[in-house]
Design a protein around this ligand. Sequence first.
Ligand code: HEM
Length: 163
Amino acid sequence: MPLFYLMHIVHLLTVILWIGGLAFVTMIMLPMAISTPDPLQKVLTFQRVEHRFARLARVYNLVTGISGLIMMFLMGWHRYLFTLQGLPLTIMFLIWVFWFVMLFGLEPIVIKKMLENLAKSGNKMDIDAVFKRMNRLHWIMVLISLAAAVAGALVAHGPFSLY
Ligand code: HEM
C-alpha cells in the first residue's frame, strides 16, 4: 500500500523533528535561559525561542496527526481505538489530542500571556519560580512524547501489534 508507506515515513520524520526540537528546548535552551542572571534577558531569550518553536510544533502536530489518521483508516485500525488490543494506538491518539490542546489552545492564550506579563513585571522571584515550573513541565512533555513514540512502536510490533 504505497500511501501507507509514504504516510509512515512522513509520520516518523515529523515525529523525529518534533521530539528532537522539544528535547533541544528542554535540555539546552531552558537551562541556558535559567542560568542567565538578568531576569529580563532570561524571559526574552526564552520567549523568542518558545514562540518560534511553538509555531513549528503546531505544523508538526498537524502533519503527525493527519498522517497517523490516514494510516489508521487505511488499515481499518480505527475499530481498535478505545479497546484493549488497541491500547497503544489509543495512547498515541490521546497524547496527540493533549498536544493539540496545548499548542492550539494553551500556548497562544495562557503561556504567551504569562511570558509577556513576566517580561513586563521583571520581578526576579516570580520569574525564577515560573522558570522552575516551566522546566518541570517541559521534562514531563518530553516524557509524554517519548511515551507516544513507544506506543507507535508497539502498534507495529509485540503483543499489542495490530498486524
Ligand atoms: C504525539 C503524537 C504521535 C507520536 C509521537 C507518534 C509516534 C509514532 C512512531 C514513532 C511510530 C513508528 C512506529 C514504528 O514503525 O515502529 C508511529 C506509527 C504509527 N502511528 Fe503514531 N504517533 C503520534 C500520533 C499518532 C496519531 C494521532 C495517530 C492516529 C490515530 C497515529 C497512528 C499511527 C499509526 C497507524 C502508526 C503505524 C504503525 C506501524 O504500522 O508501524 N499516531 N507513531
